[in-house]
Design a protein around this ligand. Structure first.
Ligand code: GMT
Length: 376
């Protein structure tokens, strides 16, 4: 198939899922056309003849206070579909991608081209931004006019049905991970540069938006390090980072809390992590938790959104109510202070991650595409 994928190219869940999906599909012989405003992060080092990248350019015009990205994207979609005989358009994150795809579909219809749209809902496009009254009618419309709609968790599907007037069936296709690739990488991993032998390593990876509750991450770590010699790896960039650094400095924790920025070395960082912290306020799935589990890292998390579908309480980690950092700290300590319990959680985390293996998820997307093409 010739498949066009529209996504955000940045570090962040939806872009990572879209890129990894495209890469997996290309290995199965499909031609994948990424359409976005920058080369997606995980594509950077790649030279695969089945992968194509089409940049969306928005010329700066001084008359406009807001430059019309949707318009540029719709036009680019029309051109790419025509020039590459695209069979299906898969858009990740409803805003504004599903909307732009609908416009492209209508424009293409004028030239006699019928193109099916598959929309994947990722999280904040529904639970935060999309349900805002300023966007809601357009988001509802674009979901209802997609040919197929998928959501990354049952929780996100239920949120979508609760927040919008949806007439379409929503298929749940969970996020995924290539566990085989991980097995080949990493181990044994070199942790001596970052921590002493007896030190424990806790890790958090996100885009540091307020909903990630970064200060809860620090608070859990503060509690842990009072009892156990440990370090905290903070991976990512975002609006809450400055506040977190300020707090860490005020508390004199700067030797123990390392802010590593965005990283392409996630596998290495997770390889030497003992625990992963994810106390988010909203999380449709928690791809970063799944990545950690695939590396055998147990999760201390909140019970927000779809996290309980990934992190199994008392097995792969622990769940606590959002904001209950005291319980999260106790849970972290109970694992780090009990070596055999920690070992069993590590194994169980790895086993649970296997359930989200790439192959079966890619099969599901392939059949959604085939179905959408057949019925358009
Ligand atoms: O929240 C992020 O870190 C990025 C965001 C996105 O849309 O790019 O992530 C959402 O999609 C991910 C991939 O499907 C999910 O794993 C995240 O849980 C989800 N984030 C939220 O719902 C807050």
């Amino acid at each position: 198939m010739n498949i066009a994928i529209v996504c955000y190219p940045t570090f962040g869940g939806s872009g990572v899922v879209a890129t990894e999906l495209g890469l997996a599909l290309s290995k199965r012989g499909h031609h994948i056309h990424f359409i976005t405003y920058n080369l997606p992060v995980r594509l950077e080092a790649l030279k695969d003849p089945n992968i194509h990248f089409h940049e969306v350019n928005v010329p700066d015009y001084p008359l406009f206070k807001y430059q019309p990205y949707e318009l540029a994207l719709s036009s680019r979609l029309v051109d790419v579909v025509k020039a590459n005989k695209i069979d299906v358009l898969h858009v990740h994150y409803a805003i504004p991608h599903a909307y732009a795809a609908y416009m492209a579909k209508k424009i293409l219809l004028d030239s006699g081209i019928q193109i099916p749209i598959v929309t994947t809902l990722h999280g904040t496009d529904i639970t935060l931004v999309g349900s805002h009254p300023f966007y809601k009618p357009a988001v509802t419309f674009s979901i209802n006019h997609s040919d197929r709609v998928t959501a990354v968790s049952e929780s996100l599907k239920q949120d979508t049905l609760r927040l919008f007037d949806i007439k379409k069936n929503i298929n749940v296709i969970p996020n995924f991970i290539d566990t085989e690739k991980i097995k080949l990488k990493g181990k044994p991993c070199e942790r001596s540069l970052l921590a002493e032998k007896e030190e424990k390593i806790l890790t958090h990876i996100s885009n540091f938006r307020p909903l990630k509750r970064i200060m809860d991450v620090i608070s859990i770590f503060e509690g842990v390090q009072l009892k156990i010699k440990s370090k905290l790896m903070m991976v990512g960039e975002g609006p809450e980072k400055k506040r977190a650094i300020q707090y860490v400095n005020e508390k004199g924790l700067e030797e123990q809390v390392l802010f590593l920025g965005n990283s392409n070395e996630i596998d290495k960082i997770l390889c030497y992590s003992d625990l992963f912290l994810l106390p988010s306020e909203k999380e449709s799935f928690g791809l970063s938790a799944l990545e950690a589990m695939a590396h055998g890292v147990p999760i201390i998390s909140s019970d927000a959104g779809g996290i309980p579908e990934v992190n199994k309480h008392g097995k792969t980690g622990y769940l606590s109510k959002i904001g209950d950092t005291e319980s999260m700290t106790l849970n972290a300590l109970s694992l780090l202070q009990n070596e055999s319990l920690h070992e069993s959680f590590k194994k169980q985390a790895e086993q649970q991650a296997e359930k989200f293996n790439l192959e079966s998820v890619v099969n599901q997307y392939e059949s959604i595409y085939a179905d959408a093409i057949e019925t358009v």
